[in-house]
Design a protein around this ligand. Structure first.
Ligand SMILES: Nc1ncnc2c1ncn2[C@@H]1O[C@H](COP(=O)(O)OP(=O)(O)OP(=O)(O)O)[C@@H](O)[C@H]1O
Length: 366
């Protein structure tokens, strides 16, 4: 297998919006020239505010939508323009875990059917008996009991339903799992269990995980590397520790100091002003209109992703001048302590729930 499981180059998705009678549609730049490399066996997180293009990027990587520009390679194979059998192979190799396990599972189907369906599609040679045995094995793998396979989604708790969703995703034997906010709909204590399950599966099945999340506590806990997105572009990427400890891009700093998802919106003073529209994004650096360090040159050209210390890359022409010790500048002046305290509480809740989980101690069926 290729060392890089996912490679995207100059990937772009533009949606036509607002067209109508005698009206020219406008172009919405949802993903705007993204370069991305996800290495085999790692957990790679994509983070950014709502609307920055995370889900569109995930849908592109799964080829659920066509890229407007750019290339996608999965395990070395060019997937930018595939169809038919190659697309089916991609579907098998790259699977999706949904945010809301309730709405993503058909309530009228038993777990045996829900997990058996992808088996039918990807392994049509299996007999019904073999399929049932395989469903039982998959349920065990995600920490459910095989005798639960004749139950229906409503008979399970949220965490268990998410486990069913994961079993379903594993049925085709994927190489890559993409989770779009895979734990954000779950209780905090259950989140830790599902995060642990995903990490265990990654190890035992040699999987690569791509996790989209706005919750930085979850990202810090589970990912090896992070890409920070702003208005369709990656503005900073690198190992999770580097990004969290020495964020260089002014947007990453503001994001980390504001801790979206873990703090109330009134506490989010790290980011001033509204995100500009992706229909008419600012010239040059997209973040310049909200950046405390912006200068005229920032409006002139798109800043390239440059190599920075700690194996990071940052798209800011001023990152060397600003320095990595400048995090405080982007921090909200008044309510930082409250935000940090809540972040700590949240992290501790995740950790303590984590410690309580033993192999057989999962939530019980209601
Ligand atoms: N099918 C579509 N047609 C038109 N615009 C779209 C479409 N899908 C997404 N968009 C727009 O593309 C931009 C990026 O959306 P996307 O859902 O990828 O962001 P996101 O970062 O995943 O946000 P969230 O965290 O809220 O899910 C948004 O402005 C969104 O409105």
């Amino acid at each position: 297998m290729n060392e890089n499981v996912v490679e995207a180059h100059d990937l772009a998705k533009r949606f036509e919006v607002g067209g109508g009678f005698m009206k020219e549609p406008k172009l919405l730049h949802a993903v705007d020239g993204v370069d991305l490399v996800v290495r085999k066996g790692e957990t790679f997180a994509i983070v950014g505010e709502s609307g920055c293009g995370k889900s569109t990027l995930a849908r592109l990587l799964m080829r659920l939508i066509e890229p407007t520009e750019g290339t996608i390679r999965i395990d070395g194979r060019d997937m930018s323009d595939v169809s038919g059998r190659d697309l089916r192979a991609l579907r098998r190799d790259v699977q999706f875990i949904f945010q809301d396990p309730f709405s993503s599972l058909n309530p009228r189907l038993s777990v045996a059917r829900l997990v058996g369906e992808p088996l039918e599609a990807h392994r049509p040679d299996m007999s019904a008996k073999q399929r049932r045995a395989e469903v039982a094995r998959l349920l065990r793998q995600v920490g459910l009991r095989p005798e639960q396979m004749d139950r229906y989604p409503h008979e399970f708790s949220g965490g268990q339903r998410q486990r069913v969703g994961i079993a379903r995703a594993l049925a085709s034997g994927p190489k890559v799992l993409i989770g779009d906010e895979p734990v954000s709909a779950l209780d905090v204590s259950v989140q830790a269990q599902v995060v642990n399950l995903l990490s265990d599966l990654r190890e035992t099945l040699d999987l690569t995980l791509i996790v989209i999340a706005h919750d930085l506590a979850v990202i810090r806990q589970m990912s090896d590397r992070v890409a920070v997105m702003y208005l369709g572009r990656i503005v900073e990427t690198g190992p999770t520790d580097t990004i969290f400890e020495t964020p260089r891009h002014p947007y990453t700093r503001a994001l980390l100091s504001a801790i979206p998802g873990a703090v109330a919106s009134e506490d989010r003073e790290g980011l001033k002003g509204e995100t500009p529209s992706p229909i008419d994004p600012p010239s040059g650096c997209h973040f310049r209109t909200r950046c405390p360090h912006a200068i005229d040159a920032c409006a002139k050209a798109r800043p390239p992703l440059e190599d920075a210390p700690g194996d990071a890359q940052v798209a800011c022409i001023r990152w060397r001048e600003i320095g990595a010790s400048d995090v405080a500048e982007a921090e909200p002046p008044a309510r930082t302590d409250g935000a940090k305290a809540r972040f700590e509480l949240y992290r501790k809740a995740l950790e303590s729930a984590d410690n309580k989980v033993t192999e057989n101690q999962q939530e019980t069926t209601p």
